[in-house]
Design a protein around this ligand. Structure first.
Ligand code: ADP
Ligand code: MG
Ligand code: MG
Length: 892
């Protein structure tokens, strides 16, 4: 098996095998850009290494071969004491996981070659010893788990001893002493000397990069980002170039457009006399990239040209890492850049305007998840909140919460159910749990490319960074005379970078206002609203799936309709049994004879009719699927414990409480071990005479009433929890009789169908279709029953472990389990349609608004998805994307 690829052998489409970094290094090499030579060890080698836990057969020989070729090309041998070749050993997975895995620079240095390196650099001892101390530090931390802060402490001690602030102020002797100190730290923690053999360094670093795929923070990040656990990382071995050779050298990062807004221009940071990781780590204050023009015009111009080449080539925003070694520019990385959700839409629309991509491609480049982020509320500044300071708006959103200063506190306070803002000088990968727990992140250092900014953007979490007026201490921060302590509340605006004291009220986002119809996309001089309008309109023109909403009230129905819902896919009737109607429901449940029961039902019926009429009016002309009552009736009664106590206390005091006693007896009688699998759904309708009939009558009467007003009601009656066609037939026969008697010649047409949510229903769909005019997949129950677990019990109890073990990539309640539950959907869809061509198929339940699931339902051939009102635009967008994707694959 081929495990090692020279950069000249790869290309950008080999991300699976070479990782994103390796594939793009190869692509740049082949574009003729100045990339230091090197090779990539494949993700397959990593997978094998992780699987066997030892060396990979044949890998060492292939590395030998490619290393020899690299040495040949460079005219130097790895770690040669006289004239050493040094390399970096860099992780790089298919999906970018910023800062999650490891990189070791300057591999090949040792006590002998450090002098050779100095001679190479014209007798620059300072540079050579700085490079050596960096190697020991990175190697120690990454390969041997030496606690990084001990190295940092040693560095701080060296600076303090010398009375300087900046590591560039340390001279060669200081650094030589620092290397000695680092080596002591190394021995103390590993029990052995820092390895002097260059090839051993390379192999150990390679294996450490492999292992870093499974580091806790990488695992956590993948779970958060839904990245599969089994991909592995590639390893890139790259000839070193040096940005720390003096004032004519340096290192930087750049974007071809502003990653927050998509505006074209020069964006990035530059740090002179530094090695790569210094920029991102925020160790020293960086210069804006535009300043490079004054420092080194030739390199600057070349960089601008390369950036234009890359944008043209990738047809998208790219981000870039580069190093200048003594006036010579080297490209060290590029990729299609991460961006905020707003920028994703505006950039896609801009590129369409520029004629670079078409609208189908634009649709590919945005996602429902991003649209969801844009629907977050914004701060309402009408009350002129007190502004504390301003930093860089690094990841949009409006967040407030209790201030905490450590990742651990963030996790603890969030576990108490409180919103949290994590405040740090700068974040590092160890802060990931706290960043996930927090509502927002605020740092005093670093820019849009800092760890905090990149990770927060990736997670869609509000982040303000580089608020440099802020002095962050252990349990408080100060800004001028103002002190904010742990537990105080602040609000941060990730768009403007503003930080406010206290909790600032929020208002709906522009995108929501647009969907509400309050913002005209043609008038709005907001490029984001215009971009969203344009792209979602295109999605609507492409999608095959209809999008309906789940709504139980006229209010929800009206909002969802404004958001583009084309009907109601699920109207739950149980809420109509709550509130002041509870008493009637109790009467119904406690009824001892037919008369009592009929009285209670008769009292409920006009109330239900009014509810339905309101909803039909709001959805005039569009289908409305009403589910007959589904939950077990005891859910409408007080709990067993509550009643038992009440009755016991009354008896204690010698009182008789007849009503409560009756109720207690009823609750005892109705108690179920497994209510989820008990007397509910269609079973209720078959057991409690008149219950379903009352609902059907209310629906038919409401429909006739709307028709009489001149409206066009399109009710669909949905029977829940059917497992056998006989159940549905029994309900249907009764319902049809009622409907016929009410509808008469009003022209109202009412469909009768069923949910498919019991596995048996899916497996006998061919029979059930004989009695159903439509199926609606209740994927929540179908998931519970297919897996045999109840959602409420399992999510807290063991899902975390299943996610950790990779049994789930993501909770099957969040995204449909295509292999198992999805298979049931497929079977039911195929067999249902075979039995009744034209059978209408939809899905209701959480999955209807989940981007990945929408693609699955499109592919299975359903007619519609139904989701909560706020998810309707997301489902529209994703349904459009699914249509365009499958169109694309047809051509192939
Ligand atoms: P990450 O994925 O965290 O960005 P990288 O592998 O890109 O890690 O490396 C970390 C830093 O080291 C980057 O700034 C990169 O530009 C720099 N770097 C990597 N390889 C080299 C090299 N061969 N010469 C000089 N700098 C390098
Ligand atoms: Mg990098
Ligand atoms: Mg259900």
């Amino acid at each position: 098996m081929k495990f090692v690829y020279d950069f000249a052998e790869g290309n950008k489409d080999l991300k699976d095998l070479l990782g994103g970094k390796g594939a793009n290094l190869a692509e740049m090499t082949n574009l003729g850009l100045p990339v230091p030579p090197g090779f990539t060890i494949t993700t397959e080698a990593c997978q094998q290494y992780l699987h066997h836990g030892t060396h990979v057969d044949g890998l060492a020989a292939q590395i030998d071969e490619h290393l020899a070729a690299l040495e040949e090309k460079m005219g130097r041998r790895l770690g040669d004491p006289a004239d050493p070749l040094l390399v970096s050993v860099r992780s790089g997975a298919k999906f970018s996981m910023p800062g999650m895995m490891e990189t070791v620079l300057n591999v090949g240095l040792n006590d002998a070659s450090v002098d050779g390196l100095s001679r190479q650099a014209g007798g620059n001892d300072r540079f050579a010893w700085d490079s050596y101390r960096r190697l020991i530090q990175m190697f120690g931390k990454t390969v041997c788990d030496v606690p990084g802060h001990e190295f940092e402490q040693a560095l701080d001690d060296a600076k303090t001893a010398k009375g300087v602030h900046d590591d560039v102020q340390l001279d060669a002797d200081d650094l030589r002493a620092l290397v000695a100190a680092y080596k002591k730290v190394f021995v103390k923690h590993t029990g052995h000397e820092f390895p002097q053999d260059p090839r051993e360094q390379l192999d150990l670093a390679t294996e450490a990069v492999f292992r870093s795929w499974n580091a806790d923070r990488a695992v956590l990040y993948r779970r958060q980002e839904r990245i599969p656990t089994d991909l592995g990382t590639a390893v890139n071995v790259v000839a070193m170039v040096f940005g720390n050779l003096g004032a004519d050298s340096g290192t930087g990062v750049a974007f071809t457009r502003d990653p927050a807004t998509g505006e074209q221009g020069v964006y990035g940071d530059y740090l002179s006399n530094a090695q790569g990781e210094d920029v991102v780590a925020g160790i020293r204050n960086t210069l804006p990239l535009a300043d490079l023009e004054g420092l080194d015009k030739k390199s600057y111009d070349e960089l601008m040209q390369i950036m234009a080449t890359l944008e043209g080539h990738y047809r998208d925003l790219c981000d870039i890492e580069f190093t200048i070694e003594r006036g010579k520019l080297w490209m060290l990385q590029t990729r299609v850049g991460k961006r905020t959700a707003a920028a994703a839409f505006t950039i896609a629309a801009q590129l369409v305007d520029e004629g670079v991509i078409d609208l189908d491609e634009a649709l590919h480049r945005v996602s429902g998840a991003q649209l969801g982020q844009l629907m977050f509320p914004r701060f309402d500044l009408a009350g002129s909140p007190s502004s504390l300071t301003r930093g860089v708006g690094a990841s949009p959103g409006a967040a407030y919460g209790h201030v905490v200063f450590t990742s651990q506190r963030a996790v603890e306070v969030a576990a108490e159910g409180k919103p949290v803002i994590l405040v740090r000088r700068e974040t590092n990968p160890d802060d990931l749990p706290g960043m996930i727990a927090a509502n927002g992140i605020l740092t005093s250092r670093g820019g849009k490319t800092s760890h905090a900014a990149v990770v927060a953007r990736g997670m869609g979490k509000t982040c303000v960074c580089g608020a440099d007026e802020m002095v962050v201490g252990r349990d408080s921060f100060t800004i001028g005379a103002e002190t904010v302590r742990e537990g105080d509340t602040i609000s941060i605006d990730g768009t403007t970078g503003r930080v406010y004291l206290g909790e600032v009220p929020v208002r709906p986002s522009e995108v929501v206002q647009y969907f509400e119809g309050d913002l005209d996309p043609a008038n709005a001089n907001d490029p984001l609203v215009a971009a969203v309008h344009r792209i979602i309109t295109h999605a609507d023109s492409k999608r095959r799936l209809t999008v309906r909403t789940n709504a139980d009230t006229g209010l929800d129905a009206a909002r969802a309709r404004r958001f583009g819902a084309q009907g109601i896919g699920l109207c739950r009737t149980e809420h109509m049994f709550l509130g002041d109607r509870r008493e009637l429901v109790e009467r119904l449940i406690l009824a001892r004879n037919e008369t009592d029961r009929n009285e209670a039902l008769a009292a409920l019926q006009p109330l239900q009719r009014a509810d339905f009429l309101e909803i039909f009016r709001e959805m005039n002309g569009l289908p409305v699927t009403i589910r007959l009552i589904d939950p077990p009736l005891h859910e409408f009664l007080p709990s067993l414990e509550e009643l038992a106590v009440k009755v016991a206390v009354a008896h204690e005091q010698g009182q008789r409480v007849e009503h409560d006693e009756q109720m207690l007896a009823a609750v005892r009688r109705m108690h179920e071990q497994n209510p989820m699998l008990g007397l509910r759904g269609v079973r209720l309708g078959l057991v409690i005479p008149g219950l379903f009939a009352m609902q059907v009558r209310a629906i038919a009467e409401a429909a006739v009433a709307l028709a009489a007003e001149g409206g066009r009601p399109r009710p669909e009656i949905m029977v829940p929890l059917v497992g056998a066609v006989q159940e549905l037939e029994t309900v249907r026969t009764e319902a049809e009789k009622i409907i016929t008697s009410i509808v008469g010649d009003s022209g109202v047409d009412i469909l009768i169908g069923t949910m498919i949510e019991v596995p048996r229903a899916a497996l006998t769909a061919g029979q059930i279709a004989e009695a159903a005019e439509f199926f609606s997949f209740g994927t929540n129950d179908l998931t519970q029953m297919a897996w045999g677990f109840s959602r409420d019990d399992v999510e807290g109890a063991f899902f975390w472990r299943y996610l950790e073990l990779g049994i789930f990539g993501i909770s099957p309640f969040e995204s449909i389990d295509a292999d198992g539950v999805g298979r049931l959907v497929r079977i039911a869809a195929e067999e249902g349609r075979a039995a009744r061509p034209g059978l209408k198929l939809g899905v209701c339940g959480e999955h209807g608004g989940d981007p990945d699931s929408v693609h699955f339902f499109h592919e299975v051939g359903l007619d519609y998805v139904s989701c909560s009102p706020f998810r309707v635009p997301i489902a529209r967008l994703e349904a459009g994307r699914a249509a365009v994707t499958s169109e694309g694959s047809d051509h192939r």
